[in-house]
Design a protein around this ligand. Structure first.
Ligand SMILES: Cc1ncc(COP(=O)(O)O)c(C=O)c1O
Length: 465
């Protein structure tokens, strides 16, 4: 079928990574692992953290960045946090152990999540972590546990008034009770402030609620509590694609563009273009006037002597990784091809949320430079160099295991042995849902270290001995 301008969504160009992908490395790694793998770029993570810190410095605001570990399980990021003094947001005992085990100090950890287990709370208190209290019974368990530990450092998590159906946080009445309980237990708990996490990516609602939390800190201080910090959680958008491409994509895509006539609700797509993203979103929050008037948030924080904490996950992983699959098979359907990749959509989590990971996968062809790779048809000349549309399925028995339902336009017909690179997957895509389904092994994570003009690779974790 002729490819007549089908909807496409190219990720922002990444010349540095493209240069690496254009070499032999991805093909060598695909050969070595015999399955899909993830590439990680820790320098990008460092740069993203640095950008958040710069935004705080520019606004003259005292603050700390905590990497939300749930966004990616790799060790590489927390190793960087340990070295750079970046905080980590953990939400389970496993995440806490991982962070401590890679050298992050307890005092640089914030523990979030609902109804935390007693084991998690005990170790968090012993290690001097900051605990975001989600409920009154959790506060009571913490107070009880401090009879055998040191005092606990706490934030009280606010139920966002603008998102009243959220299952997280304390409402007005619960907050008042919690404050009184903290005041009564002053030798056992150190109430350091308040926190929230909002769904969505808008900046003004974050500034509004942060402004409210600054006022709450002043009230708490009047009760004798330290209350000198607030956490605004995560939700700093990532900008995956150019505005024009995203608008065109949304306007043009329809059921005919997806395998099996699959339909998606565009509102369920992640906003793949965001005019204000990452550290710029923090800038916007700091510059915004809470509740539309008065001084900007940055001024209010400074005047009140309140430190700003934040827990970005996705935004710290922007452009810090990609995922590489090998094409294992190509079959025809009416007007398009079905590629089968050598892994599963469990390595692309968006596919499991009634949505689709939309940035275009990029084809790295094998034939032109690899003479007769073992086990593959002799590449020779590509007989069919015309563009072709193809969706991408996983190597499983599940109809719904589609890495890409969309019939993506590829510049040439993909062939077995070619590679498909899914761009910018480090934030939530790689491993949130991965499982060794069908006894397929989990894709290894390969860290690309750049030093002295050289790129070297290593495994994120050494294989068990
Ligand atoms: C409490 C909390 N903090 C931080 C985050 C990280 O959010 P994001 O990765 O969108 O920045 C989340 C995500 O669910 C969260 O629940």
């Amino acid at each position: 079928m002729a490819v007549t301008n089908p909807p496409s969504l190219p990720a922002h160009p990444d010349p540095r990574l493209d240069a690496i992908l254009a070499g032999d490395l991805p093909h060598e790694l695909a050969h070595a692992f015999g399955g899909p793998f993830h590439l990680l770029l820790p320098e990008r993570f460092d740069a993203n953290v640095a950008a958040f810190r710069t935004a705080l410095d520019e606004a003259g605001v005292d603050g700390h960045v905590y990497y939300a570990k749930k966004a990616n399980k790799a060790a590489a990021w927390i190793e960087r946090c340990a070295v750079n003094g970046t905080g980590v947001d953990v939400a389970s005992l496993g995440e806490l152990r991982e962070a401590l085990g890679h050298g992050v100090r307890g005092e640089n950890l914030v523990v979030t999540g609902p109804a935390k287990s007693d084991d998690l709370l005990r170790i968090a208190v012993l290690q001097g972590c900051l605990i975001a209290v989600d409920a009154l019974d959790e506060l009571d368990r913490i107070v009880a546990l401090t009879t055998v530990t040191r005092p606990a450092r706490l934030l009280l998590r606010r139920l966002p008034p603008a998102q009243p159906h959220s299952r997280f946080g304390l409402d007005d009445a619960e907050l008042a009770t919690a404050l009184q309980r903290c005041a009564d237990a002053v030798g056992s708990v150190r109430m350091e402030g308040f926190s929230f996490h909002l769904s969505g990516y808008a900046t003004q609602p974050r500034a509004d609620l942060a402004g409210e939390l600054v006022e709450l800190c002043l009230k708490a201080r009047a009760m004798g509590l330290p209350a000198d910090r607030i956490s605004i959680g995560g939700g700093f958008a990532v900008d995956y694609a150019a505005a024009g491409d995203w608008e065109r994509f949304l306007a043009e895509q329809g059921p005919g563009d997806y395998h099996a006539g699959k339909t998606f609700t565009p509102a369920d797509f992640y906003p793949y273009h965001s005019p204000v993203a990452g550290a710029d979103a923090l800038r916007a929050i700091l510059a915004a006037r809470p509740s539309g008037g008065g001084a900007p948030l940055a001024d209010r924080l400074r005047e009140a002597g309140v430190t700003l904490l934040m827990e970005p996950g996705r935004a710290l992983l922007d452009r810090a990784g990609c995922t590489v699959f090998r094409v294992q098979g190509v079959k025809e359907r009416s007007g398009y091809a079905i590629l089968t990749a050598d892994g599963t959509s469990l390595s692309l989590s968006e596919q499991w949320f009634n949505s689709e990971y939309l940035p275009d996968p990029v084809l790295l062809t094998t034939g032109e430079r690899r003479e007769g790779a073992p086990g593959l048809p002799n590449p020779g000349e590509r007989p069919d160099t015309a563009p072709v549309r193809a969706c991408v399925g996983g190597a499983t028995c599940l109809e719904s295991d589609m890495l890409t339902w969309r019939k993506v336009a590829f510049p040439v017909r993909p062939r077995p042995g070619d590679l498909l690179v899914y761009p910018n997957t480090a934030g939530y895509q790689m491993d949130s849902n991965e499982s060794p389904f069908h006894d397929l092994s989990l894709p290894p994570k390969v860290v690309l270290d750049e030093a002295d003009g050289r790129v070297r690779w290593r495994l994120d974790r050494r294989p068990p001995s």
